[in-house]
Design a protein around this ligand. Structure first.
Ligand code: SF4
Length: 285
């Protein structure tokens, strides 16, 4: 049985950058604000090196110390709270997220009567950081049903969380553009921005090819990873013999009967070492 790990899987550059910061500062007991990456196994590895995971509720006890902001970014109020408590910040916000925060802030300040709409997951750390650029006024939608309830009489600026589902975003974009056109007679009041991260978007065609080239696909991710859910959906659509696993414990021997080629892939938050462990486990069956 041939087993191949998808060479395009593994951490994206934003996560790689944040993990590097954590590794370099872990011996100093760096405290990361929130789970560093949506992968409990990788978080545990870094915790063992000395990195702690903290929340904003811990801020009073961190006065005078240093915290790290992960790749998802944070709203402006986090920086203010930290400054007020003399907490120093190592900022590992991904440059792609930072650019999106700036774009949203710019449109919000330019046109206060407009509606900023963000397609993403309510309560997700990145989305909270994006909404924070608009004083909490941006509307977060997670489906076309929610898009149907939007008031299009004002100017609308539509953005997407960087790891959202590309195809669903296109669907929402087309729907709102049409709705705005019907209301105003033109599309001048509607502006949409392509803000899905290229690291996620560009993986879609490569992942489809990878899925077609194997009898079975083992997709490794944590269930709270947005891009993990989306990329696994692509696997399942392309190759119905796709299975979602979080660790070697989830591997079921019966999946591999009469299988000649196995493909292992994962989310942008899945460490390569975890996919290697999965490969070793499958080889031993
Ligand atoms: S998926 Fe894209 S935006 Fe998100 S951390 Fe990775 S590189 Fe940055």
């Amino acid at each position: 049985m041939k087993i191949e790990i998808d060479k395009h899987a593994g951490f994206c550059f934003g996560v790689t950058r944040a993990i590097k910061e954590a590794e370099e500062n872990s011996s100093l007991g760096i405290a990361c604000l929130g789970q560093i990456v949506h992968n409990a196994k990788e978080e545990k590895r870094l915790n063992k090196l000395g990195m702690k995971t903290v929340t904003k509720e811990d801020f009073p006890s961190l006065a005078g110390k240093t915290i790290m902001i992960r790749a998802h970014g944070e709203p402006p109020e986090t920086y203010t709270k930290a400054e007020n408590l003399n907490i120093k910040i190592i900022d590992a916000t991904c440059p792609v997220v930072l650019k999106l925060q700036q774009q949203i802030k710019e449109k919000y300040n330019l046109d206060k009567n407009s509606i900023i709409v963000i397609y993403g997951k309510k309560g997700h750390a990145e989305v909270n950081g994006l909404v924070g650029q608009t004083n909490g006024e941006a509307i977060v939608i997670g489906s076309i049903e929610e898009a149907k309830n939007l008031d299009v009489s004002k100017n609308i600026y539509l953005f997407s969380q960087t790891t959202s589902d590309y195809f669903k975003y296109q669907e929402i974009l087309n729907f709102l553009e049409k709705k705005s056109k019907v209301f105003h007679g033109n599309t001048k009041q509607f502006k949409a921005f392509q803000t899905i991260c290229p690291s996620v978007k560009n993986r879609i065609p490569k992942l489809k090819d990878f899925c077609l080239n194997h009898d079975i696909i083992i997709f490794v991710s944590d269930s709270n990873s947005s891009n993990g859910k989306m990329l696994f959906g692509i696997c399942k659509e392309t190759n119905k013999n796709s299975f979602f696993v979080t660790s070697t414990n989830d591997i079921d021997k019966s999946w591999f009967a009469n299988v000649k080629t196995v493909g292992i892939s994962g989310a942008t938050s899945t460490p390569f070492w975890l996919m290697e462990n999965i490969k070793t486990k499958i080889s031993s069956l």
